[in-house]
Design a protein around this ligand. Structure first.
Ligand SMILES: [Zn+2]
Length: 69
């Protein structure tokens, strides 16, 4: 089973897009639960880590590549 790599600030794609039509979510909180925010409408969702990992498709933009430093 492949472990998914992600970190705070990453923009991720989920298996199902948000009803607003956007499928790019920013990871805004890491812990036992993961909070992601829809980059389209700003709606945020809290998911248990296991559920987040099963629903996440891939990292679109890694925070490390995104940062200015
Ligand atoms: Zn949305």
């Amino acid at each position: 089973m492949q472990r998914k790599e992600f970190q705070l600030g990453d923009i991720v794609e989920m298996k199902k897009p948000h009803p607003c039509g956007t499928n790019a979510w920013k990871v805004i909180r890491m812990g036992m639960d993961i909070r992601i925010k829809c980059t389209g409408c700003g709606h945020s969702v809290l998911l248990p880590r296991t559920r987040f990992e099963s629903r996440m498709k891939k990292v679109l933009v890694a925070a490390a590549e995104n940062g200015s430093d």
